[in-house]
Design a protein around this ligand. Structure first.
Ligand code: SF4
Length: 324
């Protein structure tokens, strides 16, 4: 079996707030193999973006409170800042949520990609640098002339492709994509995801895709982790999670997708996600769960294999009864 490029074990992340620590991510574990795509899905505040920003060491106020994250066998949480900067983008790259706010508005694209090369010791002559950047932009479907433009001269989809180009510029082993199409219209979303999928397949990198769009996940990823209140409540091969979810929250997410079969019926998820300012007793989903039992209020379920194994695990006392 191929060794995972990323192995996260028991990761917990906290934010300091005036009201005390907010437990944004609690005891999260997952692994990504080279060439595989893992999706992390959940509502706003479920901890999915915090997880990848913590891995990239890009959290402004949050801190990793516990756990381990190994990239190509190397422990990230203990790495000194200088060593971490050397692997960021070189071995593990981020495609950010908002290309508009990620690109520097006063620098041409060539300068921004050039800075990335310079920061990692990639030296080129002038003509060679132009050719390298032109070729890189070509890999994401952009013309070489785009390097002479400022971000405001590009459409949203073009800017996001530039961010993808920057993510693959140094040939990383892992790409973290944090809702890369959230600000784009549907047609452009499709094109950008096709570009991301193509370059990921070309490079053989592992990929973690953060999002809340279950339909997009169904088409794009191999494995899926469902996050709720900072925890992974179910994970496994994406087809198994859609065909036979074992956690009521996953079941409700799948059922909330528009369907030709159920015309006119829209099934949302009632209630709101819990505050992260207090440790939740019992199952974090119990106030919203239609299947909750008395024990769910006091006894926290742990991830355990679902009936049909195959790497499918769910954290629910009634996993076996969650209907397909
Ligand atoms: Fe619902 Fe109980 Fe399962 Fe939590 S453990 S998801 S409250 S049935």
């Amino acid at each position: 079996m191929t060794a995972p490029v990323l192995q996260v074990a028991g990761l917990s992340v906290e934010y300091g707030t005036r009201a005390g620590p907010a437990f944004a991510v609690t005891d999260v574990s997952f692994a990504v193999a080279p060439g595989r795509r893992l999706g992390l899905v959940g509502e706003s505040g479920s901890g999915k973006s915090t997880t990848v920003l913590a891995l990239m060491r890009l959290l402004r106020q949050g801190r990793i409170a516990a756990g381990s994250a190994r990239l190509e066998g190397r422990e990230l949480t203990a790495l000194p800042d200088a060593a971490f900067r050397a692997i960021r983008f070189a071995r593990m790259a981020l495609v950010p949520q908002g290309a508009m706010s990620s690109l520097n508005p006063v620098l041409r694209i060539a300068e921004q990609i050039g800075d990335l090369y310079e920061d990692h010791g990639v030296r080129h002559g002038r003509a060679e640098r132009r050719a390298a950047i032109g070729s890189l932009l070509g890999r994401v479907g952009l013309g070489a002339e785009v390097q002479d433009r400022f971000p405001h001269q590009l459409s949203g989809g073009m800017k996001q492709r530039v961010c993808i180009a920057m993510a693959i510029a140094l040939g990383p082993a892992l790409i973290l994509a944090d809702e890369p199409t959230s600000a784009l219209d549907v047609m452009v979303q499709k094109q950008v995801m096709a570009t991301l999928g193509r370059v990921q397949a070309d490079t053989g990198a592992g990929l973690v895709l953060i999002g809340h769009d279950m339909a997009l996940m169904a088409h794009f990823v191999d494995d899926l982790g469902v996050m709720y209140a900072g925890r992974i409540v179910e994970k496994g091969p994406v087809r198994r999670l859609f065909a036979a979810p074992r956690h009521p929250y996953t079941r409700m997410l799948v059922d909330s997708l528009p369907s030709f079969r159920l015309r006119g019926v829209f099934r949302g998820i009632p209630g709101v996600a819990p505050t992260l300012l207090a440790r939740i007793e019992g199952c974090p989903f119990h106030p919203r769960c239609p299947m909750a039992l008395a024990r769910c209020r006091t006894e926290a379920p742990v991830l355990r294999p679902a009936l049909d194994e195959g790497g499918h695990v769910a954290a629910c006392h009634r996993a076996e009864e969650v209907a397909a």
